[in-house]
Design a protein around this ligand. Structure first.
Ligand SMILES: *[C@@H]1O[C@H](CO)[C@@H](O)[C@H](O)[C@H]1NC(C)=O
Ligand SMILES: *[C@@H]1O[C@H](CO)[C@@H](O)[C@H](O)[C@H]1NC(C)=O
Ligand SMILES: *[C@@H]1O[C@H](CO)[C@@H](O)[C@H](O)[C@H]1NC(C)=O
Ligand SMILES: *[C@@H]1O[C@H](CO)[C@@H](O)[C@H](O)[C@H]1NC(C)=O
Ligand SMILES: *[C@@H]1O[C@H](CO)[C@@H](O)[C@H](O)[C@H]1NC(C)=O
Length: 393
């Protein structure tokens, strides 16, 4: 198999789709065409934007859920009243309540739900049969694995069965069955590399690759250089109590390894986030993957990957939210999305009013949180954005 197209490819194991939507852009260019009746006079603006509930005396159009007042750097929030709608980001206007739609045009890939072919991505899908987008069958030619039906990878230009966990035969995770990733001992030899179950390699065991300090084969997801190769770390959490307060210019968000690594090393987290509060003065560190909130997320993600339902996903789409939604229990899917957002948003949801959680963060957090029935659990109990990257060198 030609390695040309792989050698420079960064393969995103946890699909960007599942993660990329979580960037909150606070510098949205929003319309300011309403004038607050009694705009508070703020002399010294706080460091962070203010997120507050809409006062009764501010008129909102029925479908407006968030209005940004640039004079006071304030987001006024009013959750959508109709549960068949959600509060959608809108970069050039107010946020609006819009209907929740189950199918977006052309969104589904092989193994994902559809009503008609137009619901499927026509770049990869041949038909919509029995409510599922159908890709290329075994033995037929493919340009990439996304073309192939579930259970198949694109190997030497044809769709062929994925390699089972515990067997050799992979150059990337997507050559392994959906619950397993590739330990790439020899990047030039497909037959020398072992498919290993995600999350099954315990702390201090050796693995062959470690990209951005992450390898999903590791139980605690983090890895670090060790004697010319890499080793999985123990559970690396935030040092000290969480939420850890920070200042934008001096984040001081750290986690420290055990002394298996000689010398022990510290991770530091660049992210210091504004909490979405009424004061606009609180900033907190992003969490580490070993913190309980991220661990709860990974536990459920690894659980998903081992299910029979995950085998109904195309290999490239094993962690795509669309495929999980199409094939897993609804409650579990909502729980997964909720855990993910709860971990990722952890610093920004500290001391945040429910009206803000249920409007500003609705699209990525509120809907799933409500569906999972964790309304009372905004921040307390249960993880930086970790994009899992396997780099074939
Ligand atoms: C914000 O939006 C307005 C209206 O669409 C536009 O005229 C203006 O140039 C935009 N400003 C920025 C900074 O993008
Ligand atoms: C923004 O929201 C305000 C209050 O609901 C409304 O009066 C105004 O028409 C909205 N603007 C746009 C562009 O939707
Ligand atoms: C807003 O909703 C109320 C109550 O449902 C309704 O009476 C009113 O006509 C709506 N206004 C607009 C502008 O849609
Ligand atoms: C992964 O590959 C490396 C390099 O060949 C090897 O040392 C290590 O034992 C393998 N890890 C596992 C868990 O099989
Ligand atoms: C929410 O949590 C608070 C504090 O733990 C508790 O007193 C309250 O009963 C809870 N409410 C619900 C609806 O569970």
């Amino acid at each position: 198999m030609s390695l040309d197209h792989i050698s420079k490819t960064l393969l995103l194991l946890i699909s960007l789709e599942l993660f990329s939507c979580f960037k909150i852009d606070t510098e949205v260019n929003q319309s300011t065409d309403i004038i607050l009746e009694e705009a508070p006079e703020i002399v010294n603006l706080p460091a962070c934007p203010i997120y507050a509930c809409k006062p009764d005396n501010v008129p909102f159009a029925n479908d407006t859920c968030v209005f940004y007042d640039s004079k006071t750097n304030t987001n006024l929030c009013s959750p959508c009243k109709d549960s068949s709608t959600y509060c959608e980001f809108n970069f050039n206007s107010n946020f609006s309540c819009i209907p929740i739609v189950e199918y977006e045009h052309g969104e589904s890939n092989p193994g994902e739900k559809c009503r008609t072919l137009s619901d499927c991505d026509d770049a990869f899908v041949l038909s919509c049969t029995d409510g599922v987008c159908q890709g290329t069958v075994a033995g037929k030619s493919c340009d990439s694995a996304t073309f192939c039906n579930p259970g198949l990878g694109c190997i030497s230009g044809t769709c062929q069965p994925l390699t089972k966990s515990g067997s050799k035969g992979c150059l990337s995770d997507f050559d392994c069955e959906n619950g397993a990733g590739c330990n790439i001992t020899n990047a030039l030899d497909f037959s020398s590399n072992l498919c290993i179950e995600y999350g099954s390699v315990v702390a201090h065991e050796i693995i062959s690759t470690c990209i951005n300090s992450v390898n999903n084969l590791c139980e605690y997801t983090y890895c670090a250089p060790y004697k010319g190769l890499f080793a999985c770390t123990s559970q690396l959490k935030t040092v000290g109590n969480i939420p850890a307060a920070c200042a934008a210019e001096n984040a001081q968000c750290t986690s420290t390894s055990d002394d298996f690594f000689d010398p022990p090393f510290s991770f530091s987290q660049p992210g210091c986030q504004c909490a979405y509060t009424e004061t606009g003065t609180e900033l907190y560190c992003d969490l580490f993957n070993g913190d309980a909130q991220y661990m709860a997320y990974y536990k459920l993600l690894f659980e998903w990957l081992q299910t029979a339902d995950a085998k109904k996903c195309n290999t490239d789409r094993r962690t795509a939210s669309r495929c999980i939604e199409s094939n897993w229990d609804k409650k579990k899917y909502d729980a997964l999305m909720y855990y993910q957002a709860n971990a990722y948003y952890y610093p920004i949801i500290q001391n945040t009013e429910p009206c803000v959680l249920n409007s500003f963060l609705d699209q990525f957090y509120g809907m799933h949180r409500r569906a999972y029935n964790q309304d009372n659990d905004s921040s307390a109990n249960i993880l930086i954005l970790s994009i899992f990257i396997i780099w074939l060198n």
